[in-house]
Design a protein around this ligand. Structure first.
Ligand SMILES: N[C@@H](CCC(=O)N[C@@H](CS)C(=O)NCC(=O)O)C(=O)O
Length: 362
């Protein structure tokens, strides 16, 4: 029975919600749909202005990572403020509820035994909320997710869909007060009339990468059905194989050719987390990215771009993905051939030819 109210979804951005309840009951992880979908500049309530907008993120969240990458690469760090939630959600003994994002800069991370310097209080509503869901409740919404793009002027949520937030930041970077000149700023999603073919290539890559890699990792790691896991595992590594072949084709620097685009930005958060987190936590132990020569060099090339290394934290990723699972002891590897994230500074590590054709059948 198809849910007539299921919103139409863009499969490069979100999951089909068709029969979501049944699929979840069958052990499939099905991601919900973000409901705040206004657009800076297009929506008259939200004119693009410097120092007006704010981001709420968690640094372990790969969707937030898209947004922190765009903020840094577009030179918007000075004109869009940002609050960082603690990487582990609230515990079972929380006075309000478990499993909620919280702003708690003094909270101790089990991984380091210290507070995490990147974590902040909530600073944009003027209310100093402890929980992200209080920001939603203020607008009568029961949503709980990050990232959130927030308007400090009207005290309203603009958008909580990362795919659309990065598009807006790219399109409105100048009006939002970017510190980079138009010439020095990457054009993540080229808007020129003569760039329609490139946009189509980026859109096609986005869909393949969202379904099989970005969300595919969760489908593998969070599903409790062996069948769903096995299919997600196969799709994930067959897509890595295809991307490896694409990069090897003509030794291109980036997925769509010589320039860095939104397709690279959307692939990076998942591959950055693969070897030190997803290999174990999402049971994606078919291979390391280190085993893919061209993908490894692409990962190191993107990591070396301005603003990329500072856009996330592996300590937050490890704390967030492992700190609440199993007995909360957090695995510290891999350390061979080199610890992470230091290894991302060494494209030469992936010397050996890679295992191209995965033998997996979806
Ligand atoms: N489609 C959204 C997905 C955002 C999302 O699912 N974020 C996760 C964190 S990784 C979240 O906050 N989930 C709900 C929750 O944990 O309360 C986007 O790309 O922005």
């Amino acid at each position: 029975m198809t849910d007539p109210n299921a919103p139409t979804t863009d499969s490069s951005t979100e999951e089909s919600q068709t029969d979501a309840t049944v699929r979840r009951a069958d052990g499939e992880f099905v991601r919900g749909v973000s409901r705040f979908r206004s657009h800076l500049g297009e929506d008259p309530d939200f004119a693009p202005e410097p120092h007006r907008y704010h981001l709420y993120v968690a640094l372990n969240c790969p969707w937030c990572h898209r947004v922190t990458l765009a903020r840094n690469q577009l030179g918007l760090e000075q004109t869009i403020t940002m609050d960082v939630a603690f990487p582990s959600r609230t515990n079972d003994d929380d006075p309000v509820a478990a499993n909620l994002w919280e702003f708690n800069p003094g909270r101790i991370a089990t991984l380091t035994g210290t507070a995490l310097p990147e974590c902040t209080a909530e600073t944009a509503t003027g209310k100093g909320y402890r929980l992200v869901n209080q920001i939603y409740q203020a607008e009568g919404s029961g949503e709980t997710s990050v990232p959130i793009l927030y308007d400090k002027k009207t005290k309203r949520i603009v958008c909580n869909e990362s795919a659309e937030i990065i598009r807006m930041l790219n399109k409105q970077a100048g009006a939002l007060g970017s510190s980079l000149s138009e010439r020095d700023r990457p054009e993540l999603y080229p808007l020129g009339a003569d760039k329609s073919q490139l946009r189509a290539e980026i859109d096609a890559l986005n869909e393949q990468i969202y379904v099989n890699i970005n969300n595919g990792a969760y489908k593998a790691g969070f599903s409790s059905s062996q069948k769903v896991y096995a299919a997600a595992f196969a799709n994930y590594f067959q897509t890595l194989d295809a991307l490896e072949t694409r990069l090897a084709w003509d030794n291109r620097k980036f997925l769509a050719g010589p320039i860095f685009t939104e397709a690279d930005l959307r692939l990076f958060p998942t591959l950055y987390r693969h070897d030190p987190v997803y290999y174990l936590r999402m049971k994606l132990n078919g291979a390391r990215i280190l085993d893919y020569r061209h993908l490894w060099r692409w990962l190191c090339r993107v990591y070396a771009l301005p603003g990329v290394a500072a856009s996330t934290s592996l300590v937050h990723c490890r704390q967030g993905y492992f700190g609440r699972s199993g007995n909360t002891v957090i695995p510290l590897g891999p350390v061979y051939p080199m610890p992470y994230p230091e290894a991302y500074g060494h494209p030469e590590l992936a010397a050996a030819p890679c295992p191209q054709q995965s033998t997996l059948k979806s």
